[in-house]
Design a protein around this ligand. Sequence first.
Ligand SMILES: [Zn+2]
Length: 474
Amino acid sequence: MATPQLLLALYPDLLWHQGTFRSGMGLLASDLGILTVDSIAVVEEEVARRRQRGEYVSTRRLVHKALLPGFINTHSHAFQRAIRGRTEYPATGGSQQENFWSWRGLMYDAATRLDPMDVEAVAQAVFVEMVKAGITRVGEFHYLHHRPDGTLYEDPDELTNRILRAAASAGIKVTLLRSFYQRQGVGRPQPEGPQRIFCDPSVEFYLETLERLRKRGIQVGVTPHSVRAVTRENLAILVDYARKNNLPFHIHASEQPREIEECLQEHGRRPVELLADLDALRDKTTLVHAVHVNEGEIRAIGKAGVSIASCPTTERNLGDGIVPAAALLQAGAFFTFGTDSQCQICLPEDARQLEYHLRLKNLQRCLMFQDQVSAGRTFLQMLTVNGARSLGQEQEGRLEVGCSSNFFSLNLEHLSLAGASADSLPLDIVFSFENSAVSDVWVEAQEVVSDGYHRAEKQALRNLARVFKKLRGG
Ligand SMILES: [Zn+2]
């Protein structure tokens, strides 16, 4: 059995344990996982025993702090950080309607201009930003694979390796949702222009890539980009591979009305119906967005215990629409959150928008939950354990013995949270949390953020500035 390299005992004012914030508790953790979660007296005894055995244990009282498991971000395209703030005006001077598809053109343009070093720099900056926002694992839906002309890099995993390096330097755990992209869309079998960067030569090439990454011990998910980018035949192959290998299965689904129309045209089925026909709806499946779903699809998603990677900060930015969150939740879907286009990194902001968008639509308040306890608990589960489940990392998202030592402390004297009680804190976090309330972040018991400062922050800022200078043509 491996011996732990790091031992850390923490005594916060409040600790999130089994669905509530409790006082008088402590936690002993190592780099290999959480060893004890109990009353302060019990944890102190355990610390004393270990010290007697000659082990070094670092201990900290976290005064005016709450300790939480790290948030889990289930949907990210790291490179899209490069277009933040640069797509918020009509690029055509107002001569045509701006929507998801016109935004996509600008995003494609950025994809062709980033070389491998740039991809790593942009990813590092956005991953550092995530960790500072309390996120300790990201599902990176990675679809930049090849050179702009579609030829392979000398090492076909070049860009994957860049993403992994960026994650390591930012201290974030990553599930690589290495995406398969095949075609432009219905009746357009060839990739168009910049899509050559995304497209693999064949589905066999894709599966070999996954095998190679898995042999390296990299956590992967089977990730067809969308029903528009992959044929039915290849979707079936990927569903089958994910099931046989017990891997997470992620796919963009029902983000845009046009995608529904095209799917009906090609298959006579809506996207979620098509996935149901392929037996893709199951507990290891995550649908990204699921905004435009009808009642039958909602029932099928709920019945199968499917996860939704909901990205309301991006969905509102792109004008995608409003996810029917209350209906999906009631049907049994597992909500998780993603920062997707990186226009904003704040997972509780995504959580609150689930409810807020429904309020604006229905002209009513408090539409998702009946009471304070279930609202607070369920929202925090969406930010933590549900994300862990979606990414196939069930040992994360909880402060319990045997779970991973990924957690963060929240400053209870931060102006956005001051005055919160143990009972109110879950909903204070969901509705009023600001990233600057995150004080310290530990990943595998290593302190990555201290007092709001990330150890790789300066370097990340320098590297990002270099990329933006290049994009500006400087
Ligand atoms: Zn996406």
